[in-house]
Write a protein that binds this ligand. Structure first.
Ligand code: F6R
Length: 251
């Protein structure tokens, strides 16, 4: 008998940011326990911090083993070195990798220092394929609906590519740099196509300032103007959002 493939979007409500971290970390832990050599797609930014803190706590308690896990990060600023404190490689080392027993050789972030964009992106796509694809992709949600650095208006069918960051993204990231001029204007990001090919997707959303965009992502039209709206078509997506981000959403 043929099994019908159903589109499945789950939405879990978290009390607050800490609770969001626990719930998201539970889902990631389950993935690691079920498949110790899984490929995790990881994100940076403010949203995953409480999730990474919780994963570290469970690792320290002896409940989690990262030794066989492969991680593939979503994106990296073009032009930033791995040891630059504003690079996403630095962020990952600082907030997760150096606290757990992951094999650093199995942690991947796009090479921000590769000046040849085509090569950087080709290599990253090859890497994703050679790892057998992503088992669980963790995503934050940008205020403009971006996921990774897939900005509004870009084609859904792209794989890893070099993007010109939008004004709103540069503005949002400015807090990490001394001035607007210092924020890199380009980044390498895995594409919507890579994200949609992940087996499972976990989106974490926190704060009242994301309530409007979250509503559009979940209930609005599927359009490149709101890149994350494409997730409506993925058949295994879980949203974990705190009360502030869920606002008046009914679900
Ligand atoms: C980070 C990333 C971005 C962020 C998004 C939300 O690797 O790709 O898409 O997830 O900008 O950022 P925060 O969590 O800082 O609100």
């Amino acid at each position: 008998m043929e099994r019908k493939q159903e589109i499945m979007t789950r939405i879990y409500k978290a009390k607050d940011y800490q609770d969001l971290g626990r719930k998201a970390a539970n889902i990631i832990s389950a993935q690691i326990i079920m498949k110790p050599d899984c490929v995790l797609g990881l994100a940076t930014g403010s949203s995953p911090l409480s999730t990474y803190e919780q994963l570290i706590k469970w690792y320290e308690k002896g409940d989690l083993d990262f030794s066989e896990v492969i991680s593939i990060n979503l994106d990296e600023y073009k032009g930033l070195a791995p040891d630059d404190p504003r690079s996403y490689r630095y962020y990952m080392n600082k907030h997760l990798f150096k606290h757990v027993n992951i094999d650093m050789e199995k942690t991947f972030v796009p090479d921000g220092l590769e000046p040849d964009s085509e090569k950087a992106c080709r290599d990253y796509n090859f890497l994703i394929r050679s790892c057998g694809g992503i088992d669980l992709q963790l995503l934050g949600l940008g205020h403009n609906g971006h996921i990774g650095f897939n900005e509004p208006g870009e084609a859904f069918e792209k794989e890893t590519h070099c993007v010109n960051l939008t004004e709103s993204t540069i503005e949002a990231n400015r807090r990490f740099f001394t001035s607007y001029d210092k924020v890199p204007k380009q980044a390498y990001t895995i594409g919507i196509k890579n994200i949609m090919q992940a087996e499972k997707i976990l989106v974490i959303v926190s704060g009242a300032d994301k309530a409007g965009i979250l509503d559009s992502v979940l209930h609005g039209p599927i359009t490149p103007k709101i890149p994350a709206s494409i997730l409506q078509l993925h058949n295994d997506v879980t949203f974990v959002a705190d009360e502030a981000a869920l606002g008046n959403l009914s679900f």
